[in-house]
Design a protein around this ligand. Structure first.
Ligand code: NAD
Length: 351
């Protein structure tokens, strides 16, 4: 199949592109604006494949999007391009509305225009797969899980913009008959994660001997999924998912942020001990909490497991060990990104 991946130079998009080139026969076109969050260095292992192409462009640019779809003639559009950092959405929501809402609209309108003109058999096989987050469901208390029927209750500009994009995708399915799929996934972690998100930020700051900033008490709970498990799930969904359906994807690995940071420190203590022999956990510093910080996210992934047969391969323990090792062995990848757009500087206190 020919698969158009938007945001393929980002964290999850690049994992998807690498997965598709390395493990399938599909042709992939990566359409990415290369914002501060995107880098082609995440794709160097597959860049020379004859089944891979890259086109720089903005998903809000109607003409560019229509032209790329017309020329590539995809069977599947996997839409990942987005502004993705909650803290940045607090200080600068406009970019999130533009890319996540208007950009998704542009992708839908161009895809629908292309799809309508296809012959019937190709219309039948076309899929528009929108990649979203569990954050659209809001925040959980100590118990309970997000299912596919949990009402939307987004609470940050980021999650609100993703919720808006999810609704647009559903509307294009219901109103125009576009064959859409939506996945809502929990927090991802793994290699090639931009060093402003919790896990890579902690690794990078620990190695630099800097304070490890944990928001508030660190009691917020996230359900962590290794990124390669996520992209395998995406393949299951666009190949086998039922048109019009939503699938929740999660790792069944709930951890408090403070426990995640302590785990990172323990692995670093073993793999790259501090010169003074002390634990990296000495560097943990509690800082002002994120405004409106959601308390707990947890995914019930029963549907994708029962209906499509997907389940994660990595446990949190195996995945975090791989991740920390990867950051130790790939310093040139992340050190080149540290100066980008205030990466690693505290954001999101603007509220
Ligand atoms: P990311 O920030 O690492 O990458 C986003 C990519 O999109 C970058 O390569 C960037 O250059 C590109 N991009 C941004 N604006 C663009 C535009 N206007 N036009 C074209 N390209 C543009 O994000 P990520 O963590 O890889 O997330 C990918 C998708 O998965 C997002 O839609 C996000 O909401 C969703 N998601 C992320 C997580 C997570 O834990 N990271 C969890 C669930 C869902």
């Amino acid at each position: 199949m020919r698969i158009l991946v938007t945001g393929g130079a980002g964290f999850i998009g690049s994992a998807l592109v690498r997965h598709l080139i390395e493990n399938t026969e599909h042709d992939v076109l990566n359409f990415d604006k290369l914002t501060y969050a995107g880098t082609l260095t995440s794709l160097s292992s597959i860049a020379s494949s004859s089944r891979y192409r890259f086109k720089q462009g903005d998903i809000c640019d109607e003409r560019a999007v229509a032209a790329i779809i017309e020329s590539f003639q995809p069977q599947v559009v996997t839409h990942l391009a987005a502004e993705s950092h909650v803290d940045r959405s607090i200080d600068g929501p406009g970019a999130f509305i533009q890319t996540n809402v208007v950009g998704t609209y542009t992708m839908l309108a161009a895809s629908a225009g292309y799809w309508r003109k296809l012959p019937a058999d190709r219309r039948e096989e076309f899929r528009f797969h929108h990649i979203s987050t569990d954050e659209v469901f809001g925040s959980l208390g100590e118990t309970g899980y997000f299912t596919e029927s949990t009402p939307y209750d987004p609470r940050s500009p980021y999650s609100a913009s993703k919720a808006g994009s999810d609704h647009l995708v559903s509307a294009w399915g219901h109103t125009f008959g576009l064959p859409v799929l939506i996945t809502n996934c929990s927090n991802n972690y793994g290699p090639y994660h931009f060093p402003e998100k919790l896990i890579p930020l902690m690794i990078v700051k620990a190695l630099a001997g800097e304070p490890l900033p944990v928001y508030g008490s660190g009691a917020n709970v996230r359900d962590w999924l290794y990124v390669e498990d996520h992209v395998r799930a995406l393949q299951y969904v666009f190949e086998k998912g039922v048109v019009g359906q939503t699938y929740n994807i999660g790792g069944n690995s709930e951890r408090r942020n403070i426990d995640v940071v302590n785990t990172v420190c323990t692995i670093l203590d073993r793999l790259q001990p501090r010169e003074d022999g002390q634990s990296y956990s000495k560097q943990i510093t509690h800082v002002a909490d994120r405004p409106g910080h959601d308390q707990r996210y947890a995914i019930d992934a029963t549907k994708i497991r029962n209906e499509l047969g997907w389940q994660p391969v990595e446990t949190f323990e195996s995945g975090i060990e791989k991740t920390v090792s990867w950051y130790l062995n790939n310093r040139e990848w992340w050190s080149a990104l540290l100066q980008r757009n205030q990466a690693g500087k505290r954001q999101g206190l603007g509220a």
